[in-house]
Design a protein around this ligand. Structure first.
Ligand code: NAD
Ligand code: TYD
Length: 354
């Protein structure tokens, strides 16, 4: 891994990845290709370490010619593909963008890699396409079912997870059919710095600080497996460096609280760090459930632990504390992202009068 094209590097996980990679790798050069949709922001990339090894390019992964140009110009040997529409609720509201970016965008990126890396014999040596995917492709677990392992059949339930599942299959097909060197990671719910405040953890922090209601979908007993984002970034680096060509690795945090539990934990941390009259968990409000809401995800991470010696380094408690602290110290970031009209529209539409 020397010259890395990161797609979606202005989003939540991508920006953490760019930061982490520049920090831990003294040789790597990073080109960040991002369309800067509502979810991407240059605010996430302020004060990058070793920024002399970093280049930002605004563009759409659906533009194959542009993808090819970047691979040529920067002599890219590694693609780390994060760019996606990533929010389940938005995929229920409007699935079209998910099909376009997650499926067609991945296809156009793969076509660029095929045309640039696979035309001459031996040209694929030292190349790697790493595809970042999700546990949601596996569907929903019953309460007593064992955690997802890599061999589990895909059974995606939302337009988001179906579009990610499609992209996973296409990546695998390019490996199988054309010999494209690839690896894939299917990761559980991430949380941490720079997450746009529409997903559960940052939304709860931001709403609780503003004294707004904390909406809990359905009975709040849904279970997710939470991973601190920097642990995910390190897992991806480990997979690219030491993972086997053509392999998929499940990545998760080894914890499975209910949504209600995680919301209450965030409230308790905020009450402790920034005390006020009344407990913040009193802001909890049960609201209508998400259509088709997956009940439970849990990841079996034995393979990545055994093969690559990767383990999550943050406990949920430590990660949540670090995250809450980061949001408390990042008022200017929050002001910048929440000023945007698309954020205001989303909040007004979903949380007005709560
Ligand atoms: P995000 O929504 O925060 O960021 C997505 C980024 O992609 C944004 O910067 C956006 O501008 C960019 N983008 C969107 N469409 C684009 C296009 N057509 N061309 C170029 N750039 C485009 O997402 P995230 O939460 O950081 O997730 C990143 C990846 O990780 C996604 O592939 C997602 O499926 C996967 N993932 C996320 C989680 C999670 O908990 N957030 C868990 C597992 C896997
Ligand atoms: P989310 O952060 O949107 O991630 P995902 O849907 O990809 O798991 O949601 C996490 C869980 O929290 C999910 O079960 C839906 C639930 N949820 C709420 O109860 N209230 C909310 O306001 C949001 C955004 C999510």
């Amino acid at each position: 891994m020397h010259k890395v094209l990161v797609t979606g590097g202005a989003g939540f996980i991508g920006s953490n990845f760019v930061r982490h990679l520049l920090e831990v790798h003294s040789e790597v050069r990073v080109v960040n290709l991002d369309a800067l949709t509502y979810a991407g922001s240059l605010e996430n990339l302020r004060d990058l370490p070793h920024s002399e090894r970093y280049t930002f390019v605004q563009g759409d992964i659906c533009d194959r010619a542009h993808n090819e140009k970047l691979l040529d110009e920067h002599e890219i040997d590694t693609i780390v593909h994060f760019a996606a529409e990533s929010h389940v609720d938005r995929s229920i509201d409007g699935p079209g963008a998910f099909m376009e970016t997650n499926i067609r965008g991945t296809f156009e990126l793969l076509e660029a890699a095929r045309s640039r890396w696979l035309q001459e014999a031996g040209a694929a040596r030292g190349k790697r396409f790493h595809h970042v995917s999700t546990d949601e492709v596996y569907g929903s677990l019953e309460p007593a079912e064992p955690a997802f392992h890599e061999e589990r059949a895909y059974s995606p339930n939302s337009p988001y997870s179906a579009s990610k599942a499609a992209s996973d299959h296409i990546v695998r097909a390019y490996g199988h059919t054309y010999g494209l060197p690839f690896t894939m990671s299917n990761c559980s719910n991430n949380y941490g710095p720079y997450q746009f405040p529409e997903k559960l953890v940052p939304l709860t922090i931001v709403n609780a600080l503003a004294g707004r209601r904390l909406p809990v979908y359905g009975d709040g007993q849904q279970v997710r497996d939470w991973l601190y984002v920097v642990d995910h970034c390190q897992a991806i680096i480990d997979i690219i460096e030491s993972g086997k060509n053509g392999e998929t690795y499940n990545v998760g945090g080894n914890n499975q609280p209910t949504n209600l539990e995680i919301i209450k934990s965030i409230c308790a941390i905020l009450d402790e760090i920034r005390p006020q009259e009344g407990r913040r968990e009193e802001l909890i409000e049960f609201v209508k459930d998400r259509p088709g809401h997956d009940r439970r995800y849990a990841m079996n991470i034995d393979k990545i632990a055994a093969d690559l010696d990767w383990q999550p380094s943050y406990s949920l408690e430590r990660g949540l504390r670090a995250t809450v602290q980061w949001y408390l110290q990042s008022e200017s970031w929050l002001a910048a992202v929440s000023k945007r009209s698309d954020y205001q529209t989303w909040i007004t539409r979903n949380y007005k009068n709560r």
